[in-house]
Design a protein around this ligand. Sequence first.
Ligand code: ATP
Length: 249
Amino acid sequence: MAAKLLEVQGLRVAYDKIEAVTGVDLAVGQGQIVTVIGPNGAGKTTLLSAIMGVLPSSGRIVFDGKPREHAEIEEMVAAGMNLVPEKRELFSEMTVEDNLMLGAFDRYRRGLRDHDGTLAEVYELFPRLRERRGQLSGTLSGGERQMLAVGRALMAKPKLLMLDEPSLGLAPRIVREVFHIVARLRDMGVSILLIEQNARAALQVADYAYVLETGAVTLEGPAAQVAQDPRVVEVYLGLGHGAAAQAPA
Ligand code: ATP
């Protein structure tokens, strides 16, 4: 694997007495797309929230060469981690461009004034956002909202972009578009941790994959290899699963 940008060892997260993540080891190499697939309730969102410092956890987290356990979210953002949550969490009463500019706020606060250049890059990646820059984000379509959420995260110039189910609720054509963007981001040097229920699309775009089930990793390997595992084929890629309809071209 390429040099590790993120390394997680023995990560445990509990809600009261119930452990939702029960000792997970995971790594993301520089410039890689790593995916975590798994069913509803497996602990995928919990895992991301703990890595980001939103939820307390135990275990070891090393990001960009430094141990980060017990780090708060602000420290992780400043260190170059950014999370696009499943619910997107945009400010619906604000325009597309104002939402994007908010993504650059932390850099601005730290005296970095490169937001105009970053905004131009985001608009190049998402021409549709440029067209709709003055539109209230609450009136965007589902796919446009997802693009805006990713664009806003990119305004922070993250080293690691974490995406929680970016395909959720989107039409197959839009899912393809979002995954093409994810691949382009990797080509631009952004490392990506991608959480997905759409295993077929995720395994096609990723370099490496983990299967998370009831809080534990049950299988991992290069994504192409995981995609051929008989159990993955049966449980996650089988025609009966519905994911087939969402396969990217
Ligand atoms: P989905 O794909 O449905 O979003 P997931 O894999 O992201 O699922 P999590 O949302 O991480 O799963 O949930 C893992 C487990 O933790 C589930 O059993 C869930 O009910 C539980 N859980 C999640 N959030 C809380 C909370 N705030 N309080 C108590 N239990 C929680």
